[in-house]
Write a protein that binds this ligand. Structure first.
Ligand code: GTP
Ligand code: MG
Length: 570
């Protein structure tokens, strides 16, 4: 309802036609996301592991096909259907048009491949690697006057569009819910991510036939934003396998080469796979082997999907961290709304960055939100120790000596009744971290308590599973101070309540950002700190925002959109 109202209003917002189109497509994407929620609800009774396995298995029955600009969707599907039943398909564009097609059986893929040719190239030679990334050859004469298929959006809306969209809402709670809808990964985008992992698995399978490449991080932890990277683990020995196959009688073991250390073995495997991806992986470009990092990885762009990929190996704890965040995200809808809002706010104000450095990361921010929600009265989220106590025998998980056990069955978790609104939680999140004693206290989601800092780093957040490590070791005092000041400023703006009043004097030229949208205005990033903001106390927030809007010449969010487009992801 609200969304269609939004579409009508676009026509008197005075936006450029291009922005109108973008915003209309954002709104329809959000509508589609409502369907997405239904799909999520259907999966709710499944464990994290079962959901991942289901998606992986679907990806193995899928192909990715580059399509010409114009073609008949019906003829295309009729042609593919000769090889078996098609379960699902969708189209998207990224450096050209692509189709993802999921068959109901793997045999269809074999049949399709039998009828697919290695291209004849002139002046060059082709690496005859028969992957599931294909190109549709469409006879020129048949392509005219064909209706263009419906392309699914794979990139996030710009900050300008988001600001506009949120300002249309009637409450801060509605704004935060809408933001999650606009930014979260769609079902199609998740399928594409699993398919890219599966395609990579085919390459790595040349060396390790039984290996699986699994996504982790924000692709699977339910906090992923359209455009985020794809973190992958090369799983060589079944990370979900419970234990060694033990028997009392005769047994066999594999003869293996030995390396100096786990790290050395991981580096050597990633080095070889990296080279293979670089030389033989269709669509994989810009391959970098970053083997000296704390967690060695191979980074590359997968051009047909537009994803930046980070391939790691021997990284089971990270998968467990993803499961933990997923579980927290499923327990209460407010968790995801708050995490999406805080991540978006942090990205807009350059608290987080797509470049590695001394910044706070999205992972750190998410753990901070979880900790804050554990501190509510009554708590909204249980502690990690409570999740461990609820675990059954099959949940037992020890990785490299670290007890990573957590309950997998969500129905065993009883939550306390807490009715805080999102508006209240957002405001108190900023107050909480604006006043947190970072100089002496550390954040511990395992105990759900502040603890004395064991070392003098600026920010200490205990790693949930590797409890002697600090997940925010990289953060320096300057970056922490910027975060704290921005929290104080945002808390101050919300306390003043002026930005919480949706202005009734909306002109035809612009909709005045209010509520959460006002917190995304670039002005707040000025880094002037709370003191100087207090000096400006006499200036009402609404007129300051108005002045800012004028000075930034926001017309249909152009200026801010530009800012968003330079950093399309994260
Ligand atoms: P995006 O910024 O959206 O990519 O979020 P992300 O959660 O995917 O973060 P990122 O790509 O930086 O890292 C991927 C995953 O690695 C995270 O979700 C965590 O599970 C894990 N991870 C990242 N940083 C740390 C860290 O400092 N310590 C630990 N233990 N795990 C980390
Ligand atoms: Mg990531």
């Amino acid at each position: 309802m609200a969304a269609s109202f939004g579409v009508c209003r676009l026509f008197y917002l005075g936006l450029e036609p291009q922005t109108q189109r973008r915003l209309a497509s954002t709104i329809s994407a959000i509508k589609a996301q409502t369907g997405n929620k239904t799909a999520r609800a259907a999966k709710e009774d499944k464990t994290f592991q079962a959901i991942q396995e289901e998606r992986r298995e679907q990806a193995e029955r899928s192909v990715l096909i580059s399509c010409p600009p114009r073609f008949s969707e019906k003829k295309f599907l009729d042609y593919l259907s000769k090889h078996g039943t098609i379960n699902k398909h969708f189209f998207y564009s990224s450096y050209g048009a692509y189709a993802v097609v999921e068959f109901s059986s793997k045999e269809s893929i074999a049949s399709l491949k039998e009828n697919t040719n290695i291209p004849a190239v002139e002046h060059e030679a082709a690496v005859p690697f028969k992957s599931r990334l294909l190109s549709l050859k469409w006879p020129g004469s048949q392509s005219n006057n064909q209706p263009v298929p419906n392309f699914q959006e794979q990139s996030p809306p710009s900050i300008g569009d988001i600001t506009q969209l949120l300002s249309e809402k009637d409450s801060v709670d509605e704004q935060l819910q809408c933001l999650t809808g606009a930014l979260q990964l769609t079902e199609e985008n998740i399928s594409l991510r699993f398919l890219v992992c599966s395609l990579l698995g085919d390459i790595a399978g040349a060396y390790f036939p039984e290996c699986i490449i699994r996504p982790f991080g924000s692709t699977v932890n339910s906090f992923g934003k359209l455009g985020c990277d794809v973190d992958m683990i090369l799983d060589l020995d079944g990370i979900y396998a419970t234990s060694q196959k033990k028997g009392s009688g005769l047994s066999l073991e594999y003869q293996v080469k030995r390396g100096a250390s786990e790290r050395a073995v991981t580096q050597s495997i990633l080095s070889v796979i990296g080279k293979c991806v670089d030389q033989f992986g269709p669509g994989c470009v810009g391959v970098q082997k970053i083997l000296q990092a704390r967690c060695p990885l191979v980074r590359f762009s997968h051009q047909p999907s537009g994803f930046q990929c980070d391939l790691t190996a021997n990284n089971r704890v990270a998968m467990k961290s993803s499961e933990l965040l997923f579980l927290y995200g499923q327990l209460d809808p407010r968790v995801r709304h708050l995490v999406f809002s805080v991540r978006c706010w942090a990205r807009v104000h350059n608290i987080t960055s797509s470049i590695p450095g001394a910044w706070i990361t999205n992972f750190t921010l998410t753990v901070m939100v979880v900790f804050f929600l554990q501190q509510r009265n009554p708590p909204i989220l249980p502690t990690l120790d409570q999740l461990k106590d609820l675990a059954g025998p099959s949940d037992k998980c020890v990785i490299e000596g670290n007890d990573c056990t957590i309950v997998s069955d969500l129905s065993k978790i009883t939550l306390q009744k807490n009715t805080d609104t999102l508006e209240k939680l957002l405001q108190e999140f900023f107050e909480f971290y604006g006043n947190f004693p970072f100089n002496k206290a550390s954040i511990n989601i395992r105990k759900g308590k502040e603890q004395t800092k064991p070392e003098t780093t600026a920010l200490y957040i205990q790693n949930p599973f590797e409890t002697t490590l600090n997940v925010s070791k990289n953060v320096n005092a300057t970056q922490l101070e910027r975060f704290v000041k921005l929290c104080q400023e945002s808390a101050w703006l919300l306390q003043k309540r002026e930005i919480l009043n949706r202005s009734s004097s909306q002109s035809a030229e612009s909709v005045l950002p209010w509520g959460f949208a006002a917190l995304l205005l670039p002005s707040v990033t000025s880094g002037t700190g709370v003191k100087s903001r207090r000096k400006r106390k006499l200036e009402p927030a609404s007129s300051r925002i108005k002045n800012l809007l004028d000075s930034l010449k926001i017309k249909g969010g152009e200026t801010v959109a530009k800012k968003g487009s330079t950093n399309p992801s994260r």
